[in-house]
Write a protein that binds this ligand. Structure first.
Ligand code: NAI
Ligand code: MG
Length: 360
């Protein structure tokens, strides 16, 4: 049977960019004999409007069954005053938690045609293609004790950085697997100089590395890593780091490459019975209420998220390359959505026109 894909367009520009991914999926079925069983459902505000919850139990069950989930974006001003328990982002958090997606892949890739968009000098970023693997389900955002407590005559705010060996091990393993598929070069970042969790992190990553003798492993303190990312980002290929450092370093790396409308992501969990990892793919951007309904949204982040699904869930690396090459070609041809306008005298194309160009 065909591989299965659950599409959750969500809110705002989510359905607009997902319509372009649909064109791409149809193209692969027609032209490359690569068909998917696609189902579609609601998430976020759209699910709240229909069911009173941001993710229906049936949708959750479906997400746990399919080979991969592709999500657009959730949220919007209409839902800002809802109770926290039914806010759109809770739908997203529930998916991540129940699918146990512990490994977050954030590529920072600079297409030559857009190198002028970077906040850095063109030669530092042109041709950049790195991947940050962020541990997503543990660390200081979740560790106990946490809270604001009375201490003497004042209050103290406490969070706890906490990592078990098995949590580090599974994140490290997914990063090594990724390094094997890429250029066999992995840099692990922590602060083993001042943090116990960092000492354990370095020890476990090194131990896992013994199973991947072909991968060249290095270690770097995360503060130096931040500096190196903006000084000479091309020295890296895959970076693996914890939840907090990964949050900061991946946002930093993202801006090396320009627009939010270009950035895909993948969140992976444990292998399922069929050997594929549990997986959700989504653009990094949100629902962009300021441009919703105007045909201005850039669909590339969502289309590149589908390319990641081809590569990491469906073992179709060559087809993923084909799709990425199409995006690169369209950009080299000067086709631009409004968020990518820099040059004088360029008329932006609509969301739908960008999708059509990529398919063509
Ligand atoms: P945002 O990412 O939606 O928008 C930030 C800016 O980037 C806006 O000016 C927007 O027009 C622009 N932008 C974003 N994606 C674009 C695209 N594909 N093409 C062209 N321009 C694009 O972040 P913001 O404004 O902070 O949040 C808006 C809503 O989205 C909020 O409700 C927020 O909670 C939600 N959100 C959802 C996320 C998700 O579903 N994963 C992530 C971030 C925010
Ligand atoms: Mg962040």
């Amino acid at each position: 049977s065909n591989p299965s894909l659950l599409i959750l367009p969500g809110d705002g520009i989510g359905p607009e960019v997902m319509a372009e991914v649909r064109k791409v999926i149809t193209w692969f079925g027609d032209k490359r004999d690569l068909a998917f069983d696609v189902s579609e459902d609601l998430v976020g505000g759209a699910a709240y409007d229909a069911h009173g919850v941001p993710l229906h139990d049936d949708t959750m069950a479906k997400a746990l069954e399919v080979d991969a989930v592709l999500l657009g974006a959730v949220g919007g001003p209409k839902y800002d005053d809802l109770d926290f328990s039914v806010k759109p982002e809770r739908g997203l958090l529930r998916l991540r938690k129940e699918m146990d997606l512990y490994s977050n892949l954030r590529p920072a890739q600079c297409f030559d045609a857009l190198a002028d968009f970077s906040s850095l000098k063109k030669d530092i970023v042109a041709g950049l293609d790195i991947m940050i693997v962020r541990e997503l389900t543990s660390g200081v955002y979740f560790g106990e004790p946490r809270g604001i407590f009375e201490e003497g005559n004042e209050r103290v705010g406490i969070n706890t950085q906490r990592y078990t060996e098995s949590e580090i091990e599974r994140a490290a393993r997914s990063a090594f697997e990724l390094a094997m598929r890429r250029n066999k070069k992995l840099c692990s970042m922590e602060k083993a100089n001042v943090m116990e969790s960092g000492i354990l992190w370095r020890e476990v990553v090194t131990r896992v590395g013994a199973d991947y003798p072909e991968v060249e492993l290095s270690h770097m303190y995360a503060d130096n890593g931040a500096m190196q990312l903006v000084r000479a980002p091309k020295q890296f290929d895959v970076i693996v780091t914890d939840n907090l450092f990964g949050d900061i370093l991946s946002d930093c790396a993202a801006m090396l490459t320009g627009s939010l409308g270009m950035l895909p992501s993948a969140s992976l969990g444990a292998p399922m019975d069929n050997g594929r990892p549990k997986a959700m793919y989504e653009p990094v951007h949100g629902s962009a209420p300021d441009i919703t309904g105007q045909g201005k949204a850039n669909p590339i982040a969502c289309i590149l998220s589908f390319a990641m699904a081809l590569r990491y869930s469906f073992d179709q690396g060559a087809e993923a390359d084909r799709l990425e090459a199409a995006v690169e070609q369209v950009l080299a041809d000067g086709v631009r959505t409004a968020d990518l306008l820099g040059e004088e005298g360029v008329t932006p194309v609509s969301t739908g026109e960008m999708g059509d160009c990529i398919v063509a």
